[in-house]
Design a protein around this ligand. Structure first.
Ligand code: SIN
Ligand code: FE2
Length: 212
């Protein structure tokens, strides 16, 4: 079942509890497997080198990375190990097929870990490092609940809150694809799904257009 609140921009869809508990556990075990070879690394802001409060890894042919020197970008290899990112798990391939409405597969799936000890959050931003905005962004929440905030096309202004629980999926397509959004709060300690605590967010994106 999907819920589309009329207050949210066109193209934004929320699927509460898309994944059941068993599937959530499977996804967490696949994240654990992935970070055994592609460990979580500490991303830093372009220019300032200021660390983000989340740590990151990726699944798929491309990974979103950022550092002081080279800024926001997609890379085929892990910034520390120099190895390709682990393959996208089937459950996530299937998710994309079911909800994206896009005929080509995602290229990048960013793994964000919101850590209890860092009280991680994510500031308002737009996902616009891709060369193609036709495909939506599909995002999975696992572990502790969080408050997602939807802003507007322009920076600043009012935001709408949406509480996301473990197993929830959101799709940011159509007009909402380039809207500002962020995570203003995580309710740390409410879920025991993530072995070391906190919240895992998986964000799937298409990066390039397909030339046919
Ligand atoms: C993001 O926008 O990159 C992450 C959103 C989330 O953690 O749910
Ligand atoms: Fe985002």
């Amino acid at each position: 079942m999907s819920l589309i609140s009329p207050q949210f921009p066109p193209g934004f869809v929320h699927y509460p509890q898309f994944f059941n508990q068993e599937e959530q556990r499977q996804l967490i075990s696949q994240v654990k497997q992935a970070v055994a070879t592609a460990p979580f690394y500490k991303p830093t802001m372009p220019g300032t080198g200021h660390p983000l409060s989340v740590v990151m890894s990726n699944f798929g042919p491309l990974g979103w990375v950022t550092d002081k020197e080279n800024g926001y970008r997609y890379e085929k290899i892990h910034p520390r190990t120099g190895l390709p990112w682990p393959a996208l798990p089937h459950l996530l391939e299937e998710l994309w097929l079911k909800v994206s409405g896009y005929k080509y597969p995602p290229e990048a799936t960013l793994i964000n870990w919101y850590r209890p000890e860092m009280k991680s959050k994510m500031g308002m931003h737009v996902d616009n490092d891709e060369n193609n905005f036709d495909a939506p962004v599909v995002s999975v929440s696992l572990g502790d609940p969080a408050v997602f905030r939807m802003g507007g096309l322009k920076r600043g202004g009012s935001t709408l809150p949406l509480k996301l629980y473990s197993g929830d999926v959101i799709v940011m397509g159509g007009e909402s694809r380039l809207y500002h959004h962020g995570i203003s709060k995580v309710f740390y300690g409410e879920s025991d799904l993530v072995p070391k605590g906190g919240r895992i967010n998986l964000t799937m994106r298409r990066v390039n257009s397909v030339i046919v």
